[in-house]
Ligand binder design. Sequence first.
Ligand SMILES: Cc1ncc(C[n+]2csc(CCOP(=O)(O)OP(=O)(O)O)c2C)c(N)n1
Length: 288
Amino acid sequence: MKKQGIKELNGMPGKHPLSDLLRDDRMPHIWCPGCDIGTIFASCLTAIHESNIDYNDFAVISGIGCSGRAAGYVKLDSFHTTHGRAIPFATGLKIAKPKMKIIVFSGDGDLFTIGGNHFIHAARRNMDLTIICVNNFTYGMTGGQVASSTPFKARTSTTPNGNFERPFNLAYMAAAAGAAYVARWTTLHVRRLTNSILEAFNKKGFSFVEVISSCPTSFGRKNKLGPPLHIIQHFHKISVIKNSIHPKDANLDIEKEIVVGKFVDIERPTFFDLWEEIYPPIREKRGE
Ligand SMILES: Cc1ncc(C[n+]2csc(CCOP(=O)(O)OP(=O)(O)O)c2C)c(N)n1
């Protein structure tokens, strides 16, 4: 598929600069006013556009949730799968089509709470996938229930007096489970986020990009965080860039400090490397 230049499209009245990647027929989208998912989606599409990879070689997989809707809005091969199961679908597709670039675009609830088990095992296997996680600290679509990423004491519809459980640090978990690439940005670090997604595409193995994002409707309102712009400005203001630090030190405290940056970028044998080492005849039989 031929890519159109962003500049070229910008000059066309009424055309979105990324319209060659957007399914106009699905617009308007379902995201609430002030939601950050659109920014993250645009970063992802910009990275796809800027990569030297043919559009036909991409697939976007998502689970269920507001973030998960992204798979239905992209003009590429995509699957909108069941809740928490985006990674198993992506793994199956990668095994069937090893040359494809598989992006999983989903929420913190989908990837880490309902689907947490799949996440850690794909990272452990160093499965060649790029995971983009919209971390808005809650189950946004269903009204803002507590998730495994909800900050301690934060109010949600299921913890009206505050969350009494300790949240996961998603970046640290990804690194500990074996991810080859781990980065975290807020939705106001747009260029850095886009660059990280591009780096993640080019990384051999399991790459994870966490995006700290506001959900003004389901999380912001309950925690009296103020209007949407105020929330993301606050996240940006308290964020500190600390590239290459140990992910255990990548603090995430939405009141005081959000450590962002690229934390992990390592070479590790992938699922396919180790498979080939132990079972070369299977790949030969398949003519690969
Ligand atoms: C097995 C199953 N359990 C629960 C649900 C209900 N459900 C739909 S979306 C969602 C929350 C998704 O949250 P998250 O992944 O954080 O995405 P967000 O909506 O915040 O972007 C839930 C619990 C479901 N669809 N399937």
